[in-house]
Design a protein around this ligand. Structure first.
Ligand SMILES: [Zn+2]
Length: 75
């Protein structure tokens, strides 16, 4: 079966920001049922490497969807 994992594609500038800051904004996306677009971020999961998520809840946490490892968003 085909893997469902998506490779996170980053520009050079995004990669540099990720190296320095540990997080970088990627792109705004709209999902079905959402009222607007959400800013996505790429960050490093210690286990899975570069993963992508959008901020959840009032604490604005990003989660690695593979292990639920949380990282607070710092802007
Ligand atoms: Zn992970």
């Amino acid at each position: 079966m085909q893997s469902q994992e998506e490779e996170v594609k980053l520009t050079t500038i995004q990669r540099i920001r990720l190296e320095i800051l540990g997080i970088t904004p990627t792109e705004k996306r709209r999902h079905p049922g959402w009222s607007g677009e959400l800013q996505f971020y790429a960050f490093k999961c210690p286990i899975h490497g570069i993963v992508e998520d959008y901020p959840h809840g009032y604490r604005q946490v990003l989660r690695c969807r593979k292990c639920q490892n949380e990282q607070n968003v710092e802007f």
